[in-house]
Design a protein around this ligand. Sequence first.
Ligand SMILES: Nc1nc2c(c(=O)[nH]1)N[C@H]1C(S)=C(S)[C@@H](COP(=O)(O)OP(=O)(O)OC[C@H]3O[C@@H](n4cnc5c(N)ncnc54)[C@H](O)[C@@H]3O)O[C@H]1N2
Ligand code: MOO
Length: 391
Amino acid sequence: MGGCGSDRGGPLDWPAARDRARGAGERAAAAVREVPLAQALGAVLGADVRALTGVPAFDASAMDGFAVAGPGPWKLVGAGLAGAPVAAAGLAPGEAVEIATGARVPKGTEAVLPYELAERSGGRVSGPVRAGRHVRWTGEETAPGETVLTRGRAVGPAVLGLAASLGHETLPVLAPRVGVLVTGAEVTTSGLSGEGLVRDAIGPMLPGLVAWAGGRVARTVHLDDDRGALAEAIAAADTDVLVVCGSSSKGPADHLRSVLADLGAEVLVDGVACRPGHPQLLARREGTTVVGLPGNPGAALVAALTLVVPLLCAMAGRPDPAADPDPVPLDGDVDAHPRDTRLVAVRLERGRAVPVGHDRPASLRGAALADAYAVVPPGWSGGAVELLHLP
Ligand SMILES: Nc1nc2c(c(=O)[nH]1)N[C@H]1C(S)=C(S)[C@@H](COP(=O)(O)OP(=O)(O)OC[C@H]3O[C@@H](n4cnc5c(N)ncnc54)[C@H](O)[C@@H]3O)O[C@H]1N2
Ligand code: MOO
């Protein structure tokens, strides 16, 4: 059976599968959670952020030089370094203190005279000043209580620094929580593959991919091929999304579909007409959206870009960072599949997509060398193709 994109069962067309994942995410928007600043990078703000303090929070010098009051020349009456207490008495007209950038200026300060313009002789200083110059006045950049960032803004490094300078310890974010179950009795978490054992390549890959889409991996659990343990783990899921790796196919140890049926899950995508990654799955059970990724790591990555990334982005109300509507020419000898969309690992060179090779379903070597996947539609016979970017 080919890709049909219908609700009658069977594999969905690849674009339809992504739409369905997005739709599922829109219907299951993530709750807003307060998280420490260190965990907020890459998430989306779930609420507006206000200034808890004015910026600057106190009148401070913007230059190294002299804080002065009244017309010059000025009598030097002290020195103020950043972080040191200022003279309680303040400045009277005709007085000055030597001052460092960032130091609080004494009461009565009218301007700061930078060293470059100052002439010092004996205990006096003189030079040209303009009222108010070279002082950062309290609240002139941001007033206390002002809204500085609005809901929907992605949290980048500058947002984190700004939030800290405004007094925040946490930020309200939409960051769907993701649980990961890595299945397979043969899958190990350390050492070399061999003698039938395979090193887990999907567990280490998912946290970065999930974070790129605005989510957070809450925990990764490894299970062998025991059906009861898989059912128990899915039934106990308490995250917005549960990603199950492996167990997606038709082998004797592949229990995912039957477990989901027993648990009464609503299956939204049951296989996708794409290569690699066709056994992937999307289902909904109580408050959790379950994504089944194939055990082959290269196929798992394609499936995660197909379902997990659009799902999480929609849950967090952000655009899909993998999607790119501008087609590019595809070089090399690429054969289309008659019914399935092919995802071909490519490097981008001067606006052209160049296949990197090594992109077998069981390997991540091609993906690790690539900038993107070229999306080769069924029956494609040349011409520009869309890209699916890699993080
Ligand atoms: N009769 C059929 N057999 C298979 C089909 C099919 O359509 N009919 N599809 C094949 C495709 S395509 C894929 S992909 C796999 C999917 O298999 P599962 O999702 O059930 O995964 P497993 O059988 O557990 O493992 C497949 C393969 O991947 C290795 N693996 C598993 N987990 C990991 C991991 N975390 N890190 C690294 N490697 C992993 C595992 O050892 C197997 O080699 O089914 C095909 N069969
Ligand atoms: O998902 Mo499989 O090829 O499509 O590895």
